[in-house]
Design a protein around this ligand. Structure first.
Ligand SMILES: COCCCN1C=C(N)c2cc(S(N)(=O)=O)sc2S1(=O)=O
Ligand SMILES: [Zn+2]
Length: 261
């Protein structure tokens, strides 16, 4: 059986039973209230060096679809902004709803987007392994990108066309040469705050960098994400992968900073 999920019996409202940190002081996601955020003039731009970036494989981990990268060197890093070191790209994945306007994890003044892309990076300067970084207070940096519905996103098709290869939980396939730079909006103005993984084990190890401007994808492309299954090939009960997002958590006195003018 699965330890946790997004259903009524195993969803976000009961995660605290197996993962007490779910009720901690720096949980994610949050509702970002722009006029309550503070401008920090010392916050510079976020810089992505994804040029040598190459994906390795695509996988269905039973909670989302994940594209994994070779993080054995500093070929794909994020730096600047709130970060004191370069952080290495490890994987990216998505969260989405069942239709239209719900599906993102972070919200902005109470408004949800249809989906949210998370690019997960780790601090390989201070920590030796990803696992060690994933439990350290400054171990991970996740870049969050909102997805709104509209026209087809030309490059997202490379991912949605590969989803049939990872329909079932536990499936994986080669997925080489994809550079996620093509999934970013033109402006990287962002909000930043100290938070956590938004799925169990919910470690409070993430410096969140949430980009203000969304990218646009089509309802058809989002629909392809929903053809994935939470369940494995061997299970007779097929459950469509949808609404795999955690709702906003209490801010508990944290400061949200913003960079843009
Ligand atoms: C040993 O590592 C512990 C597991 C860490 N990871 C598992 C997640 N559930 C997870 C969630 C993430 S999210 N939704 O906050 O970006 S990133 C991420 S992850 O960094 O890939
Ligand atoms: Zn995520």
């Amino acid at each position: 059986g699965n330890l946790w999920g997004y259903g009524k019996e195993d969803g976000p409202s009961v995660w605290h039973k197996n993962y007490p940190v779910a009720q901690g002081d720096r949980q994610s996601p949050i509702d970002i209230v722009p006029h309550q955020a503070s401008h920090d003039p010392s916050l510079g731009p976020v810089v992505l060096n994804y040029d040598q970036c190459t994906s390795i494989k695509i996988a269905n981990n039973g909670h989302s679809v994940v594209v994994e990268f070779d993080d054995s060197d500093d070929r794909s890093v994020i730096r600047g902004g709130p970060l004191d070191n370069p952080y290495r790209l490890k994987q990216f994945h998505f969260h989405w709803g069942v239709k239209g306007c719900h599906g993102s994890e972070h919200t902005v003044a109470g408004n949800s987007y249809a989906s949210e892309l998370h690019l997960v990076h780790w601090n390989a300067v201070k920590y030796t392994t990803f696992g060690e970084a994933a439990t350290a207070p400054d171990g991970l940096a996740v870049l969050g990108i909102f997805l709104q519905t509209g026209d087809d996103h030309r490059w997202l098709n490379m991912i949605t066309d590969a989803l049939y290869t990872v329909k079932f939980k536990g499936s994986a396939a080669d997925f080489k040469g994809f550079n996620p730079k093509c999934l970013l909006p033109s402006s990287l103005h962002y909000w930043t705050y100290l938070g956590s993984l938004t799925t169990p084990p919910l470690h409070e190890s993430v410096i969140w960098i949430v980009v203000k401007d969304p990218i646009t994808v089509s309802e058809k492309q989002l629909g392809k994400l929903r053809t994935l299954l939470f369940t494995g090939e061997e299970e007779d009960q097929r459950t469509r992968m949808e609404n795999n997002f955690r709702p906003p958590q209490l801010l508990k006195g944290r400061n949200v900073l913003w960079s843009f003018r």
